[in-house]
Design a protein around this ligand. Structure first.
Ligand code: NAD
Length: 268
């Protein structure tokens, strides 16, 4: 019988997580390390990445830290080179940073547009290039990017952000098609509402916080850890036949369209 437990085990694997100082990236770094991977935690805020690495080491895991701006091509190239030097091989590479400037299209400035596209779209391409090149050379690896339910369903003020997340879905499919024969897998995760620093302000607005919760079938927000487990799955050999996919970790957000409790009373 297949040793299923071993398929989820990341012992002996190496990983880079960009965005590791906070939220989904931090939890992903912790999840990968707790499953046995040696992790290089990277973030724009080097101290934040360092704090995550320290927390992992305190739990008995193996982690180091680096600074990197995900929107800066040269910095991402340098991170990949550093990771290869320190880890010898890169089995898993995860990138989570994303920018949302919440404005209607009528209000968007060119500077807003450039900032969102630079990080969300171009940053994903730079990441895929830098780490994909290494993985193609070593004939194996798992790349994981960060999409959103906003790739497929929208609200006013999120069109540009959503478009960049939809672009990530197609970048994932396209790159998966280009590197699959080299043994490299490329996937994304798509959260809906995860409690992180990014979504912290919603906590101050219980009306909006509860409204969003009501969009999920569980009537609650997720933790970042509940998204990180999906990252860990995609990173592992358990997902050996999964590539070009966006895994929705959205509490059913995209499954339901209508009143949260339905109209069964009315229909009776
Ligand atoms: N939290 C949610 O509910 C939610 C929902 C859907 C999608 N997402 C997506 O998940 C991803 C992560 O979000 P989060 O909630 O964990 O956010 P977060 O703010 O908690 O963490 C983001 C991390 O990325 C780092 N970062 C930001 N810009 C960077 C840059 N240019 N270079 C390097 N590091 C940078 C930050 O310092 C931070 O550590 C984003 O792409 C976001 O669009 C989040």
């Amino acid at each position: 019988m297949t040793d299923y437990r071993k398929l989820f085990d990341l012992t002996g694997k190496t990983a880079v997580v960009l965005g590791a100082a906070s939220g989904i990236g931090k939890s992903s770094a912790e999840a990968l390390a707790s499953l046995g991977a040696r992790v290089l935690c990277a973030d724009r805020t080097q101290e934040g990445a360092e704090a995550t690495a320290i927390a992992i080491r305190e739990q008995g895991g193996s982690a180091a830290a680096a600074g990197c701006d995900a929107a800066d091509r040269a910095a991402v190239e340098a991170l990949a080179a550093k990771a290869l030097r320190e880890l010898q091989r890169i089995d898993i590479a995860v990138t989570t940073p994303g920018l949302n400037i919440r404005k209607t299209i009528l209000d968007y400035t060119e500077e807003d547009l450039d900032r969102v596209i630079n990080l969300n779209v171009k940053g994903t391409v730079w990441f895929f290039q830098a780490f994909g090149r290494i993985m193609v050379k070593q004939q194996g690896g798992s790349l994981i990017a960060c999409s959103s339910v906003r790739a497929v369903t929208i609200e006013p003020g999120l069109a540009v952000y959503g478009s960049t997340k939809a672009a990530i879905g197609l970048l994932v499919k396209g790159f998966a098609s280009e590197v699959g024969r080299s043994g490299v897998r490329v996937n994304a995760i798509a959260p809906s509402i995860a409690e992180t620093a990014l979504t912290g302000p919603f906590k101050q607005r219980p009306d909006i916080y509860d409204l969003y919760a009501g969009h999920t079938v569980f009537n609650r927000w997720s933790s970042a850890d509940e998204v990180a487990t999906a990252v860990a799955y995609l990173a592992s050999d358990a997902a050996s036949y999964v590539s070009g996919s966006t895994l929705f970790v959205d509490g059913g957000w995209t499954a339901v369209d209508g009143p949260p409790t339905g109209l069964t009373q009315l229909a009776r």
